[in-house]
Design a protein around this ligand. Sequence first.
Ligand code: PXP
Length: 238
Amino acid sequence: MRLYVNIDHVATIRQARRTDEPDPANAARLAEAAGADGITAHLREDRRHIQDADLEALARVTRTVLNAELALAPDVVAFVCRLRPFQATLVPERREEVTTEGGLDLSRKDPRLVETIAHLTAAGSRVSLFIDPDPRAIDASADLGVPAVELHTGRYAHGWRSSGAALAQLAAAAKHAAGRGLAVHAGHGLTYLNVQPVASIPEIEELNIGHSIVSRAVMTGMTEAVALMRSLIDEARR
Ligand code: PXP
């Protein structure tokens, strides 16, 4: 199973100060060295974390593959088409949301979606649609002719402690999607505590995980970071 590491929140920390650290491209190199099979970054319309220059840098330095997440915003679509990432995952986006809250609404055929899939495909990117684990959304994705879907694991991530229903829904959706000939990815809200049941679903071939990995990296890196600052200050006073 492939692990794609989403490095958006490395940029979130940098944007808190609008400075040049930490650098998402450096984080991508480290993630790859540690075993990531791909790097995922979401260029949001509001540019709240990843910036255009970050995506350009990631397209240049990524040694594995780049999975660009994007919504149907025309300027973002045009930019991503120019960068030609290995994969482009289309997601819904609402300005007021903290993170991507639900899958794409495929209940009616949106000509903008059809056009965007065509543009990204013509640019050479493999298009994946981020959808809820719902058979209707899976059928609609298959009808749109995309090679892959990413199943939204948010409902599972919120309720996994109290109920197995969302996991069963994910497993059924993964089976249904694979049966329709779609490559099955999954992600959102996966953590060190809840990842394994999802990673055990045989049809899922790729997981996209961000927030939990960046959160843990902050904690596991804290000891070394403080010790280095401590030693620099102590050295200056010697
Ligand atoms: N997959 C998609 C399509 C997403 O939009 C996100 C969040 O940016 C993720 C996966 C990763 O979610 P998390 O940061 O909760 O691991």
